[in-house]
Design a protein around this ligand. Structure first.
Ligand code: SF4
Length: 113
């Protein structure tokens, strides 16, 4: 299984930071104009060059959110009553495939957040 940590460690974060810092207003405008965006577009949209585009990004975000979800609001509020779960979220100690078998108690999980 490919863990989040393994993926995270594949990146040289100084290089990623330099790439983000190097983005230009033209990169931001190009990213906003695309219907599908990739990592380079994401870097442009979180770069300092994107600051003047915040209103435009907010409007686009609102449009896409309403397009995908309509005007519904979903609330997720887990209440941990046991230390077992049927889901497999790699980052979580409660995960069904936790190989250690040592699961945190619900109280430990709550205090860790
Ligand atoms: S594995 Fe952890 S994060 Fe995923 S649903 Fe279960 S308790 Fe929540």
């Amino acid at each position: 299984m490919h863990s989040f940590e393994k993926t995270f460690r594949q990146y040289d974060w100084d290089t990623v930071k330099a790439r983000i810092q190097s983005k230009t207003p033209q990169d931001v405008a190009a990213a906003l104009g695309k219907s599908r965006r990739g990592p380079e577009d994401f870097m442009a949209l979180v770069s300092p060059a994107a600051a003047p585009y915040l209103q435009q990004m907010a409007a686009l975000s609102r449009q896409l959110t309403q397009q995908r979800f309509g005007k519904t609001i979903q609330l997720y509020a887990p209440v941990y009553l046991s230390n077992e779960c049927q889901n497999i979220c790699t980052y979580c100690g409660f995960s069904l495939d936790n190989p250690s078998g040592a699961r945190p108690s619900p109280a430990q999980k709550c205090s860790a957040r």
